[in-house]
Design a protein around this ligand. Structure first.
Ligand SMILES: Cc1ncc(COP(=O)(O)O)c(C=O)c1O
Length: 361
C-alpha cells in the first residue's frame, strides 16, 4: 500500500515542528554536567508552587475523566477577565487553541495572513487544513499592519498577529491595533496571540479582552510562560460566545487533563509568583541589554521573556554555546541566520550565557 496516496492534500509537504533541544539531550551529547536552557521561552522560576500542591491533591482522582471543557477553570478565568464564561475556550496549551481554531474555520482554498517571522505553528495549522498562507514581512523587526492589511483578500479567513511577537519581542500598540481592526472588512477573524503579554510593560500594550465585543478578535493566552506550566499544557482563548461555541464543538471532549486543570486553577491565585516572574524578566532584559550594548551587538528591545540578538553567524553561535552548555534558538529557524533568540533566565543563567557569548564573539 502506498500511504502517500491516502494523505489529505497538502500533508506530504508539511514538516514536523522542531522544538528547542532538551537539557538532557545536550548534556548527553556533549558530556556536560550542567546545561542552561534559554531556548524555549520557559519560566526560569520553575512551576508555580501552588500548582504543584494542587497536582498532588488531584492525583487520587485520576481514574475519573476530567471536567470536559474545563468549566471551573474557564469560569475563574472569565471572572478575573470580566467576561462571560461562555467567552473562554480552554485548550491543551495555546497550540491546541490554534489547532482547534483552524479546524473550526479553515477550508481548502481559504487564505490566512501571517507576519514573518513569527510563531511557526500559525502557518502549520493553516496548511494542515489546506489554507493558503500569505506572509507579510516585518518592517524594521516590527509587525507592519499596513502591509498586513494590503495582503487581505476576499478569501482571507484569519489574520494571525503575535504581540509581543515571537521571536522579535515587539508589541502592537493599542492605537495601531484598533485602527487596523476598525478598517477590516467583514468576514474574517483576527487571532491575537498574547502568550507573552504578562511580561509587557509598555503602557501602549492594549487591554485586548475589552475589544472582543467590538471586533472579531480571538485573544490567545497561555499558562506555559507566566505560570511556568509549559509541561502541563494549558492555554485559552477569549472571544465572542459564538466563536467559542463553535470551537467547543470541534475540540476533543477532554482536551485539558485533570492535573492541568487543578494546577492552572491554583496558579491563577498565585499573584506573588506572577509578580516575581514578571520582575525577573524585566530586570533580566535590562541586564542583557546593557551587556549587549557593552559588546556592541545589535538587539531588538523586547516586551517578552526573550530577546532577539544579532551575533553574526547565528547557527555557529548556537552551536558554540551548546557545546559550552547554553541552549539558545538560532535565528535561522525564523529566516534570520545572523541572529539568535535567547530566553531571559535567572541572573546566573544570563551571566553564563553572556560569558559564553563573549567567548564566541
Ligand atoms: C507566541 C506563542 N504562542 C503560543 C505558544 C504556545 O504556547 P503553549 O505552550 O500554551 O502551547 C508559544 C510557545 O512557545 C508561543 O511562543
Amino acid at each position: 500500500m502506498n500511504v502517500e496516496e491516502l494523505l489529505r492534500r497538502g500533508v506530504s509537504s508539511l514538516k514536523a515542528y522542531v522544538p528547542g533541544r532538551s537539557i538532557e539531550e545536550v548534556a548527553a551529547e556533549y558530556g556536560l554536567s550542567e546545561v542552561v536552557k534559554l531556548a524555549s521561552n520557559e519560566n526560569a522560576l520553575g512551576p508555580t508552587p501552588g500548582a504543584i500542591d494542587a497536582i498532588r491533591g488531584a492525583l487520587d482522582g485520576l481514574h475519573r475523566y476530567p471536567d470536559g471543557g474545563a468549566k471551573a477553570l474557564a469560569a475563574r478565568l472569565a471572572q478575573k477577565l470580566g467576561v462571560s464564561p461562555a467567552c473562554v475556550f480552554m485548550g491543551n496549551g495555546g497550540d491546541d487553541v490554534l489547532s482547534v481554531l483552524s479546524r473550526t474555520f479553515l477550508d481548502e482554498g481559504d487564505e490566512v495572513v501571517i507576519p514573518r517571522p513569527t510563531f511557526s505553528p500559525y502557518a502549520h495549522v493553516s496548511r494542515v487544513m489546506g489554507a493558503k498562507v500569505v506572509f507579510s514581512p516585518l518592517r524594521e523587526m516590527r509587525i507592519d499592519l499596513d502591509d498586513v492589511f494590503t495582503r487581505i483578500s476576499g478569501r482571507t479567513k484569519i489574520v494571525f498577529l503575535c504581540s509581543p511577537n515571537n521571536p522579535t519581542g515587539g508589541i502592537l500598540a493599542e492605537g495601531e491595533l484598533v485602527s487596523f481592526l476598525e478598517k477590516l472588512p467583514e468576514g474574517l477573524l483576527v487571532l491575537l496571540d498574547e502568550a507573552y503579554g504578562d511580561f509587557a510593560d509598555d503602557p501602549a500594550y492594549p487591554d485586548s479582552v475589552s475589544l472582543i465585543e467590538r471586533f472579531p478578535l480571538v485573544v490567545l493566552r497561555s499558562f506555559s510562560k507566566i505560570y511556568g506550566l509549559a509541561g502541563l499544557r494549558v492555554g485559552f482563548a477569549v472571544s465572542r460566545e459564538d466563536v467559542v461555541g463553535y470551537m467547543n464543538r470541534v475540540r476533543e471532549p477532554f482536551n485539558v487533563n485533570q492535573l492541568a486543570q487543578a494546577a492552572a486553577l491554583a496558579a491563577l491565585e498565585d499573584d506573588d509568583y506572577k509578580e516575581r516572574a514578571v520582575a525577573l524578566v524585566r530586570e533580566g532584559r535590562e541586564a542583557l541589554y546593557a551587556a549587549f550594548g557593552g559588546m556592541g551587538i545589535e538587539f531588538v528591545e523586547s516586551q517578552a521573556n526573550f530577546i532577539f540578538v544579532r551575533v553574526g553567524d547565528g547557527d555557529a553561535a548556537t552551536d558554540a554555546l551548546m557545546r559550552e552548555g547554553v541552549i539558545v534558538r538560532p535565528g535561522s529557524a525564523f529566516g534570520h541566520p545572523e541572529w539568535i533568540r535567547v530566553t531571559v533566565g535567572l541572573p546566573e543563567e544570563n551571566e553564563r550565557f553572556l560569558s559564553k557569548l563573549k567567548g564566541f564573539l
